[in-house]
Design a binder for this molecule. Sequence first.
Ligand SMILES: [Cu+2]
Length: 157
Amino acid sequence: MAYTENVVTETSQNPVMRHHEATMKTGTSRKPVVLMLVLAGAFIIQALAFQASAEDTPQAVTLTLGDYRFDPDSIEVRSGQPVTLTLINKDGITPHNFSLQDTKAGLDIDTSVSAGSTSVIEFTPEQPGSYTFYCNKKLPFMKSHRARGMEGTLLVR
Ligand SMILES: [Cu+2]
């Protein structure tokens, strides 16, 4: 048993030791070794980050608001994963809004987007289903934006 351990130790450590010696000879400082360790560390961190992003990818969706409609007016996302929603109001003077309220699904979004500006929100839909979103803007004595057709569907798979 002791013999086997010796063999394993020798084969696994010798190349590393030789490599260290070689590195030390070529340079007067330990810099190459340190650099190698930093690079190895960076590689591991990158690998971990990639793994995390594959499991928890933010879903990016962009909606244009204007002319009393959403474009597109139907979006589809995966449940349990964060959604980054970019809302672009392309109208020159009309403010719009993105409302999506469903207490059962844990969705409570009410974001206004002033004329010509962009808002970015993030939310995580936990409950698969079909949800209606709309613009809640309405001027006195006028039809609401929603009544004029400003609504759409969020499909959560
Ligand atoms: Cu509107």
